[in-house]
Design a protein around this ligand. Structure first.
Ligand SMILES: [Fe+2]
Ligand SMILES: [Fe+2]
Length: 444
């Protein structure tokens, strides 16, 4: 099986660069409401703010997401078994139960592949097959084949170096600031999937990949925690940097504002505005967070590895980079497929807004790079990051069918070589512990 996580991989739908025009009511607005029962606005404890999403306990966000119960009769059909009726009745009687149509599938008919759509689909979402989007299913399989765990990577040389006096203050700043950004960034990504985006992707093979991606984001948070703990960094200082360091906070606030839009009680994807907001969320997370905001940090941390320093952290970042590249490519495929299925959605105004989001992100990422590495070091300097962030942004814009903006050249061609991890080593030969398969697990 080929593992296609290269950021040049073209496995999914191609972007559609045109099709401006009036929004088609039949493509989005005529779909029956998958989530027609709107969340109860009055149950939200207060208006959701950027900071409240960042810090609110999960229970609070769940309250915002809860739905009113609907009459049991709403859910009955002539073909239901008594067990199904009992299940519906039991679930509907729960306080704040979600509308069962969205859990059991709106239709009880067998699924036809031509009914499947990325958003606003009416077919049963619990039936994985027949698969329509092979690119999504293949990414799920590839991601599972790439499984790794942070604690399998040997950190002893990193610990030795960090305790020595061989790292300058500027080098330590780079490590700490990047840990400060990454240690909470993956939590924001996971929260956006689980609390905001997943529900609106109405396709089971895409959802299958998003569930895998969510787990990988947890693994990445685990990896950063593992590096922070291994090096003996001040955990409270590092994990709270996204509140305390402006250049980190700026990037996160940008992302959180996009999540906030989708957590509004009346949010839905069946209107032009809702679908546009959802597209912006996907661009914000899959193109910008996964594809731009991570990249200065990747370059800096992998630059240590290129000098054969902090090799354990470097290896963690290599595996994370591989995962994030696949996440980004999945998101780009989803965005392009939504455009194909809803061609009137991709208006000149939407394209302009999308480009503007990327421009703003480039400013934030360059500011972050300069703040994290104020002086030239590791063979890097600030102007190289300006070029690199712009170069990367142009590539992302083109992948979703937008014109590039910067025409910058790539000062770090070695990054694409690092992406090809298989050339470097065989992961399964360098692991410090054996990966536990199902047959090896102890159940005691
Ligand atoms: Fe991640
Ligand atoms: Fe990711």
């Amino acid at each position: 099986m080929s593992i296609s996580w290269d950021d040049e991989a073209e496995t999914g739908p191609k972007s559609t660069a045109n099709a401006p025009g009036a929004f088609s009511g039949t493509t989005l607005m005529n779909q029956a409401a998958v989530d027609a029962a709107a969340p109860v606005a009055s149950r939200a404890p207060s208006p959701v703010t950027a900071s409240s999403i960042a810090t609110a306990p999960a229970s609070r966000i769940q309250v915002v997401q809860s739905m009113p119960a609907a009459p049991v009769s709403t859910y009955m059909s002539a073909t239901e078994s008594s067990a199904e009726v009992a299940l519906r009745a039991a679930a509907a009687s729960l306080n704040g139960t979600a509308k069962l149509d969205s859990l059991l599938g709106e239709s009880t008919a067998r699924v036809r592949v031509d009914e499947k759509r990325i958003i606003n689909c009416r077919a049963d979402l619990n039936q994985l097959v027949p698969i329509k989007y092979q690119w999504a299913w293949q990414k799920y399989l590839d991601a599972c084949a790439n499984h790794w765990m942070p604690q399998e990577i040997n950190m002893s040389r990193d610990i030795e170096l960090w305790k020595s006096n061989e790292l300058s203050e500027d080098e330590r700043r780079i490590v700490k600031r990047n840990m400060g950004f990454f240690s909470t960034a993956d939590s924001l990504v996971a929260n956006n999937i689980v609390l905001a985006a997943y529900k609106h992707i109405t396709n089971p093979e895409c959802r299958q990949y998003m569930l895998r991606q969510s787990f990988e984001e947890a693994l990445h948070t685990h990896a950063y925690q593992y590096i922070i703990e291994s090096l003996g960094l001040d955990e409270a200082e590092i994990f709270n940097m996204y509140h305390e360091v402006n250049s980190i906070h700026g990037k996160d606030a940008f992302e959180i504002s996009l999540t906030r839009e989708m957590l509004r009680p009346d949010f839905e994807t069946e209107t032009f505005k809702g679908a546009q907001t959802f597209l912006e969320n996907l661009i914000g997370y899959y193109v910008i967070m996964e594809g731009i905001f991570f990249y200065s940090g990747f370059v800096m941390m992998l630059s240590f590895q290129r000098q054969n320093r902090l090799p354990g952290s470097g290896e963690q970042f290599q595996y994370i980079l591989r995962d994030e590249t696949m996440h980004m490519n999945f998101g780009i495929d989803v965005i392009n497929q939504i455009k194909i299925e809803n061609p009137d959605l991709w208006t000149p105004a939407v394209k302009e807004k999308s480009t503007e989001l990327v421009r703003k992100a480039v400013e934030l990422e360059i500011a972050y790079a300069k703040d994290t590495m104020p002086r030239g070091i590791l063979g890097l300097n600030a102007s190289m990051f300006e070029d690199y962030v712009q170069y990367v942004a142009d590539r992302r814009l083109e992948k979703i069918g937008l014109a590039k903006v910067y025409n910058a050249s790539n000062p770090f061609p070695w990054m694409s070589e690092i992406l090809d991890l298989k050339k470097e080593k065989n992961f399964f030969e360098t692991r410090v512990t054996e990966y536990q398969t199902g047959g090896a697990l102890s159940w005691e």
